[in-house]
Design a protein around this ligand. Sequence first.
Ligand SMILES: Cc1ncc(COP(=O)(O)O)c(C=O)c1O
Length: 470
Amino acid sequence: MLVPEWRPALAAAHDAALDWLEGLPDRSVGPDVDYDAMYAALSEPMPEAGVPAERVISELAATLKPGLMAFNHGRFFGWVIGGAMPAGVAADWLVAAWDQNTAMAEPTPGVSALEAVTAEWLLELLDLPRTSSVAFVTGAQVANLVCLAAARGRVLAEAGWDVEADGLVGAPPVTVLAGEFVHHTVGKAVRILGLGERRMVEVEADANARMRPEALAEALMTVEGPVIVCAQAGEIATGGIDPLGAIASVVDARRPDAPTWLHVDGAIGLFGRASRVLAPKFAGAERADSWCTDAHKWLNTPYDCGIAIVRDREAHHRAMTLHASYLPQPGAARDPIDWNPEMSRRARATAVYATLRSLGREGVAEIAERDCEMAQLLAEGVRMIPGAEVCNHVELNQVLVRLHDPAGLDDDAHTRAALARLQASGVAFPSGTTFRGRAAIRFSIVNWATDESDIAETLEALADAHARWG
Ligand SMILES: Cc1ncc(COP(=O)(O)O)c(C=O)c1O
């Protein structure tokens, strides 16, 4: 067997990773150069001869450094993105080194057992039905897809149709209902599953973008046959949490009449259930049939870790399982391949296991509680800036800000220009949106590293970006 030299390349990666991570507090949050500069820096003809691995790694790290976004910086507030922590990053290195194809328990007992234990921990931490099945997928997009595939199979089976065997042609129509502010990944999952994004029924939301249960009850009265209701625990702009208990009651009232499934997209908020302080905000979530969340958001694992959880294990299994004569035959152990859309994949639950073990419930809860406190602090500070408005009720970790044009001309243009100035300052990196037709700046506080000093610096930079108008 050829034995490569591991040490030089891994040592180069180790040095470059520490250079990046330890340098984070002192660098600009956003990238220093743009895509074109990065493309030019990387572009060269496909190499004919190979380059020593150590040189590849050290040159790669040096070239990419100015074009990297500091996602795991305490003042990164864009989209909804957590920052990786030491145990998770180190575990992810091991995942690459171990190179386990995490599909079957027999050839990969170590990482398969680790997935099973991590799944049990998550059900306990999130206080969801302990017999639920769990899949570790790339992100919440795929987690929504997996949950809705199980939902589609179950509601159609109850209507006498086997969608896994017979497909959708000729099947009874399945109607998907979701709040006005449902995340776009739910629509995409509906599209991929052949349920028709345009056929979705939109349910009216309140001022903080939460689905109104009374509106859901009304909408359900107009729909016959199998139904999937998609609720949300954490709206992308406002952080609004749908009234999950009331929604579950509306769904329960319909169940005796027709096949009905309740899914909760908890990509943003579900880890809040780890905190005894925050958990009441999510009361009723445990009554749903499926849940999606992202470890790479509020649990602060490295990227590539969404989680799909399904109460009805059989529906989940039927939607995702795969068997072939050339593979080890199913045994008593949990095979990851039964729950995921992928066949071959990396052992992504390892970073979740390591992060959960290093933080414990207390650590997960502390991050969630601190981020919510930081969101309140930021909102209070924004309200003190003349001409700045907090547009949402800050019930979780999202703060939506609009800046009024001091010249009284164009608030949208002024807000967007101030956002661009703030991002370019390198001090903080929120992202933008249009909420109810008005431009706004979104501060999403998901990071374990964000503290009071980050909020103070961000407020100063925001006030400055707002003041330098015209
Ligand atoms: C509510 C919600 N659902 C789903 C997603 C998709 O998550 P991912 O990017 O991990 O696929 C997001 C992303 O921000 C989200 O906010």
